[in-house]
Write a protein that binds this ligand. Structure first.
Ligand SMILES: [Zn+2]
Length: 294
């Protein structure tokens, strides 16, 4: 009787020790992956990122393979449900047949306010951004822009936001933390400013409008390993949230577009380039942002 109790106690102690040491893989993680193209290893020019570019086929293959690396890394960390959101240009870039079958793929735009984050909800445990790029106006950054090349800046509650920031707030709205961002060194730096000590996979180093690339296979290894590392320390991350009221400034390069956006009810023309909106409703802010760019 005593012996049995001792053995049971030892087994229990062993299980607790394993769990405490992180030996027990997380089970049943639900992971959302938003994928852009400008930050994919190898990509350096707009020609390579759109239908009609002679090398687009090659780069969308590399894009798909980077997503597969993130899927492999997520599965290794215990992911059992993965949704991949194609979030670049046409939203029809990732090659369905080449995609790892352990994930499902969301293609095409819905024209709804969630945009690059369509498909996310509060049931997800983590968000991952693959192929992302720095915000408009960032020096030494590959194909930097914010949502469209027509915008100079998007500022929310006084903070200049890259797409990763806007999309990170959307994830945060559903209580989902961003755990990994891949792209060049500029978006990696901006991601750390926004999200704190998350994992980043730097697949290229921009020098002005050029960049030194890792070999794509090395980039994939890095993305896979960093994804696993991020999901294994999921409890270290908090979802990004700003307190209402939400003050959104949209700065347009073309003054005429600012004029047009200023006609939206509630809009305030702040200066030559900038139109401002204030609301207590996060989803309303997203809708106003969408309208302002139409
Ligand atoms: Zn893009």
């Amino acid at each position: 009787m005593i012996k049995k109790t001792v053995v049971f106690g030892l087994a229990l102690a062993f299980m607790f020790a394993m769990a405490a040491a992180g030996q027990t893989p997380a089970k049943g993680l639900k992971v959302f992956i938003s994928v852009d193209m400008e930050g994919v290893c190898g990509v350096i020019n707009w020609d390579e990122t759109g239908q009609g570019g002679p090398d687009y086929g090659m780069f969308r293959t590399l894009m798909t393979q980077e997503v597969n690396a993130a899927i492999a890394g997520a599965v290794a960390a215990g992911a059992t449900e993965i949704l991949v959101r194609d979030a670049h240009d046409s939203a029809r870039n990732i090659l369905p047949e080449l995609l790892d079958p352990r994930a499902r793929l969301l293609r095409e735009w819905t024209y709804g306010p969630l945009s690059m984050m369509e498909g996310i909800d509060k049931t997800y445990d983590a968000a991952i951004f693959i192929g992302y790029h720095a915000r408009a106006g960032t020096p030494d950054a590959v194909l930097k822009h914010t949502m469209t090349t027509k915008l100079l800046d998007v500022i929310i509650n006084g903070k200049k936001m890259p797409e990763a920031g806007i999309n990170g707030l959307i994830a945060g709205h559903f209580g989902v933390p961003v755990v990994l961002v891949s792209g060049d060194q500029a978006i990696a730096r901006q991601a750390k400013e926004l999200f704190g000590d998350i994992e980043t996979a730097v697949v290229k180093e921009a020098i002005s409008t050029a960049a030194i690339m890792l070999h794509p296979s090395k980039a994939r290894d890095l993305i896979r390993d960093k994804t696993t590392a991020a999901l294994k320390r999921l409890k270290d991350f908090k979802s990004l949230k700003f307190n209402p009221p939400y003050a959104l400034d949209v700065a347009f390069a073309d003054e005429a577009l600012a004029q047009k956006a200023s006609w939206i009810p509630g809009a305030v023309r702040k200066d030559e380039h900038t139109v401002s909106f204030t609301t207590n409703d996060f989803m309303e802010m997203l809708k106003l942002f969408r309208l302002s760019k139409m």
